[in-house]
Design a binder for this molecule. Structure first.
Ligand SMILES: Cc1cc2nc3c(=O)[nH]c(=O)nc-3n(C[C@H](O)[C@H](O)[C@H](O)COP(=O)(O)OP(=O)(O)OC[C@H]3O[C@@H](n4cnc5c(N)ncnc54)[C@H](O)[C@@H]3O)c2cc1C
Ligand code: SF4
Length: 516
């Protein structure tokens, strides 16, 4: 009896379901670096290096824990460069009698796994990924029969289920579920921003960096400097550093954007959680423990916990609920190709240039940059949701389809017709000006509404509302915006339309080959 246990690149957890209850000498763990996965979209160089390095370190940790690991490097002779090909080869090599694997986090991968039994002629046990707080059947049960699938109600159930920030008699700590009214402040000048922990690459990481430079040199983004956490130990250090230095101000400044400050008070822990180096629950427990020690206030800790047991779990549930149709959603019938500046950062709009620039450098931008700058522009400009979704999947170190797609297609682009977001996340330049320091040194004037020097977000915003009046004006949360639009006289409306059209005509379209 030899059980083959394939472990995928985002399944780097010692507690993985496929490892539990298996005798070490009856199993071979298979880990594979394959071209198909690194290029089904042409991922950011840093992201490929992160995943390969974390995989190689995890293989070492498994070996140290007594497992036999068959690790197929990208350059290995005979590597078929696909999961399926490598599972077939390894099944023969090890004379496996069964395959035991945790379900892939992405629909595409799960579909491949479903074909393995027929291809190998072996029993293939596909186990549920139980590293999430809410199982997929539990999410389906929550969603069933509900008219509206709002995150806030799901989140409250997760608080009750986990007991996080709950009193002994089942009430939310602090008397409220949500403390966002204390958040969203603009940071005063001269704050000392904490920096996330960064790690000197060891020999394993350096090998990977050479490999990525060599084989993926034409992909988007800067490979070096590289200091991301690639082991569980480094992930725990990153968590400790966040709790000690950034969590106390996380809530207050979570919507702020400051040029040159890539992380502000955000954790950048998404990369560790999504790879499996940290569990979502342990991250939340660490934040709650800081609150209980009096080191962080309720608004920060509640806001942070909500992002993880609320938004993260909800997005996963929504992805699986609607796949594969989700990938095709385009409720606003947006068809414009992606602008070239999403890849080059070469635009006079400073908010976009800054956000793309740091994305290129770090493979990271925080939530508000993703939603209210990069996503907002794409939505206002009518960019094809598939094109912008592919971009988001390529460029971020935490991007896997299960979490990227519902955030982009659903939350950011309203392409699901309002299932995830109750109204489109659109704003004019005024919001970006309020929440950032970008506008002060922009070539455009955020106060001007139309004309060649006006902030393009202003005309695009009203043009968006105008274009979609038939679809959106009945939405109660859009009533005030449409009331304002309808009060404009016809000359003003025409000037907005003209300004938006002139600006959109001048956008250079992205060249082929950046994403795929
Ligand atoms: C258009 C768009 C695309 C996005 N794409 C991704 C993606 O590919 N991968 C990804 O992990 N997140 C994605 N997000 C969600 C969120 O922006 C990132 O999780 C967050 O910016 C990661 O940085 P952080 O760890 O510093 O987060 P923090 O601000 O420190 O938040 C803490 C944690 O909460 C979780 N979280 C917060 N918001 C969300 C959310 N909306 N969905 C899921 N988890 C959330 C993450 O695990 C994050 O680490 C996207 C959001 C938008 C608007
Ligand atoms: S003025 Fe407009 S384009 Fe320039 S940074 Fe501000 S919001 Fe962005």
């Amino acid at each position: 009896m030899k059980i083959l246990i394939p472990i995928l690149g985002d399944q780097l957890s010692m507690s993985l379901a496929s490892l539990r209850g298996v005798e070490r000498d009856a199993a071979v763990v298979l880990m594979m670096e394959v071209w198909d996965e690194a290029t089904y979209v042409r991922h950011h160089k840093k992201k490929i290096a992160l995943i390969f390095s974390a995989m190689r370190h995890f293989a070492e940790a498994l070996r140290a824990d007594g497992w036999t690991v068959d690790y197929v490097e990208l350059q290995a002779e005979g590597n078929t460069q696909s999961f399926t090909g490598e599972v077939q080869r390894a099944a023969q090599r090890h004379r496996a009698t069964a395959v035991r694997v945790v379900a892939g986090s992405e629909y595409r991968v799960l579909e491949q796994q479903k074909g393995w039994a027929a291809l190998t002629g072996l029993p293939v046990d596909i186990l549920e990924d139980d590293r999430f707080v809410c199982s997929l059947p539990a999410f389906q049960a929550w969603a069933k029969g509900r008219r509206e699938l709002r995150m806030e109600y799901f989140y409250r159930d997760m608080r009750l289920q986990t007991g996080l920030l709950m009193t002994a008699d089942g009430k939310p700590v602090g008397g409220q579920w949500n403390f966002d009214h204390d958040n969203r402040k603009t940071p005063p000048r001269g704050l000392n921003y904490p920096a996330p922990e960064r790690f000197e690459p060891d020999a394993t990481t350096r090998d990977v960096l050479t490999l990525v430079a060599d084989r993926f040199g034409s992909h988007f983004g800067d490979l070096e400097p590289f200091g991301l956490p690639v082991t569980r130990k480094q992930a725990l250090t990153s968590l400790e550093r966040f709790i000690a230095t950034a969590l106390p101000d996380f809530g207050r400044y979570q919507d702020a954007m400051i040029a040159g400050q890539d992380y502000l008070y955000h954790s950048s822990l998404s990369l560790c959680i999504n790879l499996g180096l940290l569990s979502p629950l342990e991250v939340c427990q660490a934040a709650v423990a800081a609150f209980e020690r009096g080191e962080a206030e309720i608004n920060s800790v509640e806001g942070f916990v909500r992002q993880i047991i609320g938004w993260r779990e909800y997005m996963r549930g929504m992805y699986w609920r609607d796949m594969p149709a989700f990938a095709e959603r385009n409720a606003l019938e947006a068809t414009r190709p992606l602008p070239e500046f999403y890849w080059t950062g070469d635009t006079e709009m400073r908010c976009l240039a800054e956000s793309v620039g740091q994305t290129k450098r770090e493979a990271y931008a925080h939530h508000i940059q993703r939603l209210m700058v990069l996503g907002n522009f794409a939505l206002l400009a009518g960019i094809d949701p598939k094109a912008i979704s592919d971009w988001f999947l390529v460029v971020y170190f935490d991007a896997y389809e299960w979490v990227e797609m519902p955030n982009v297609i659903g939350m950011s682009q309203f392409a699901d017709g309002g299932v995830i977001a109750s109204k489109p996340y659109v704003s004019s330049g005024a919001y970006i000006d309020r929440m950032s320091d970008y506008c002060g040194r922009c070539r455009y004037d955020v106060k001007q509404k139309t004309g060649p020097d006006a902030c393009p977000f202003n005309a695009l915003y009203w043009n968006f509302l105008d274009r979609h009046e038939g679809r959106l004006s009945a939405n109660p949360r859009m009533k005030n915006m449409y009331a304002t639009w309808r009060r404009f006289d016809n000359d003003i409306k025409a000037a907005y339309r003209q300004s938006a059209a002139t600006f959109l005509e001048g956008i250079e379209v992205a060249a082929e080959g950046w994403a795929k």
